[in-house]
Ligand binder design. Structure first.
Ligand SMILES: Cc1cc2nc3c(=O)[nH]c(=O)nc-3n(C[C@H](O)[C@H](O)[C@H](O)COP(=O)(O)OP(=O)(O)OC[C@H]3O[C@@H](n4cnc5c(N)ncnc54)[C@H](O)[C@@H]3O)c2cc1C
Ligand code: SF4
Length: 322
C-alpha cells in the first residue's frame, strides 16, 4: 500500500476544508476504504477521518414522527434499534443482511451507501472504464454478477443492502459541503453510468453525508427485505427486494418495490408497484407483480438467471406480506 497521511478531523467543517485538498478521501469505518486503498483503485494521499465525530452517531426520533440516523451510526445499531424495527422493518432487515457481524460493528450506514463497486475487474488489476480506461471488461468477460437493468457503458451493480431499503422508504440525505448544508431525496443521490461512468453518486469530493432522515409513517404500513446470495455466509446480493406497502382494509393503497443487486443503483420497479394498487395480494397478483418487476430487463451473457430470481423474490416477498 502506498504511504498516505492520516488526519483526524475535529469537526465536519474541518473535514470539509481538508477534503478540498487534492488526493484526500473521507474515512468513516474504513471497511471499504481499506480494500480500495490496498487495491490502489484511486490515488490517495490523505485520509480524512470523521470516525471520532460524536454528533454524526446515533438514531433519534424527530418532532414530525420520522427518524434521524447519523451517518456514522454503525450498521449493527441500525439492525438492532427498536424504533427502526418498529417503523422501518425493511431497513432493520437489510442491515441485518449486510456482511458479517464484525463488518456490521465497524461499518457505518453512511459508508454503506457510499461504498465503491464490487465488480471484480474494478477491484482487480484492470484499468477499466470506471477507472478511466477505455473498456468495460465485463461486457465480454465474466459477467454473471453484473447488471440486468441500467447497464452500459459500465455494468456494475450497486453493492449496498441498506440503500435498497432507504429508497423503498423514501429517505432523505443531509449533506454538508463547502457551500453549506442541503437535503436531497435518496433517489436523487445515485448516478447511473450513462450520466457519469466514474462516480456512483452526486457527492462532490469535499461533501459529506451527515445524516439519513426517514419520513414518518401513518396508516397500516408493512415492509420487508429479502436478499438472495450465492452462499449463506457473508456475501453481496445476487438479487434483493425491498418492499414497503400501505394497506386500506385488505387492499394495497401505496406500494414501493425496489430491487438490489441488479442495477447500478437501487432499482425501483414502478410497473410492479402500479399493478398492486387497489388489489388484495393473492397468488395471481403476486406472480403478476413478479413478472412486471423484470419488464425492460436486459441480461448479459451469463446473468440471465437473475431475471427468474427477481420474479421469484418479488412474488415470495409479496406472499410473505399477504
Ligand atoms: C468482506 C465484505 C463483505 C461485505 N458484504 C456486504 C454486504 O453483504 N452488503 C452490503 O451492503 N455491504 C457489504 N459490504 C460493504 C460494507 O458494508 C461497507 O464496507 C461498509 O458499509 C462501509 O462503511 P464504512 O463506514 O466502513 O465506510 P468506509 O470504508 O470508511 O468508506 C466507504 C466509502 O464511502 C465514503 N464515505 C464513507 N462515509 C461517508 C459519508 N458519511 N459521506 C460521504 N462519503 C462517505 C468513503 O470516502 C469511502 O469511499 C461488505 C464489505 C466487505 C469488506
Ligand atoms: S462493469 Fe464497470 S466497473 Fe466493471 S469492468 Fe465494466 S466498467 Fe469496470
Amino acid at each position: 500500500m502506498k504511504n498516505f497521511s492520516y488526519i483526524n478531523a475535529g469537526s465536519v467543517a474541518a473535514a470539509i476544508r481538508t477534503l478540498s485538498t487534492k488526493g484526500s478521501i473521507l474515512h468513516a469505518g474504513g471497511t471499504d476504504l481499506l480494500g480500495c486503498m490496498r487495491d490502489e483503485i484511486v490515488p490517495i494521499e490523505r485520509v480524512v477521518s470523521i470516525s471520532g465525530l460524536k454528533e454524526l452517531k446515533g438514531i433519534s426520533a424527530q418532532p414530525d414522527g420520522g427518524l434521524k440516523i447519523g451517518a456514522l451510526t454503525t450498521i449493527s445499531e441500525v439492525a438492532t434499534n427498536a424504533s427502526i424495527a418498529e417503523k422501518a422493518a425493511v431497513l432493520a432487515q437489510a442491515a441485518t443482511e449486510v456482511a458479517s457481524p464484525q463488518l456490521r460493528n465497524q461499518g457505518t450506514i453512511g459508508g454503506n451507501i457510499c461504498q465503491r463497486p464490487r465488480c471484480w475487474y474494478f477491484r482487480g488489476d484492470f484499468h477499466c472504464a470506471r477507472k478511466g480506461g477505455d473498456l468495460c471488461y465485463a461486457m465480454d468477460g465474466e459477467n454473471q454478477y453484473h447488471a440486468i437493468f441500467g447497464g452500459g457503458p459500465c455494468f456494475f451493480v450497486h453493492p449496498s443492502d441498506t440503500a435498497v431499503a432507504l429508497v423503498a422508504l423514501q429517505a432523505q440525505l443531509a449533506i454538508a459541503g463547502p457551500a453549506g448544508n442541503k437535503m436531497i431525496k435518496i433517489e436523487d443521490f445515485f448516478v447511473g453510468p450513462d450520466k457519469n461512468i466514474q462516480k456512483e453518486n452526486v457527492l462532490a469530493p469535499s461533501e459529506i453525508v451527515t445524516a439519513i432522515h426517514l419520513p414518518s409513517v401513518s396508516g397500516r404500513v408493512r415492509s420487508s427485505y429479502r436478499k438472495i446470495r450465492a452462499r449463506r455466509a457473508w456475501d453481496f446480493a445476487l438479487a434483493s427486494v425491498g418492499l414497503v406497502l400501505q394497506f386500506e382494509n385488505q387492499n394495497v393503497s401505496k406500494a414501493r418495490i425496489v430491487l438490489g443487486g441488479v442495477g447500478p443503483y437501487p432499482w425501483r420497479v414502478e410497473a410492479a408497484e402500479k399493478l398492486l394498487i387497489g388489489k388484495k395480494i393473492d397468488g395471481a397478483v403476486a406472480a403478476a407483480a413478479g413478472q412486471a418487476a423484470t419488464e425492460g430487463a436486459s441480461p448479459m451473457r451469463d446473468n440471465g438467471y437473475k431475471v427468474q430470481m427477481v420474479q421469484g423474490a418479488v412474488e415470495e416477498s409479496l406472499l410473505g406480506m399477504a
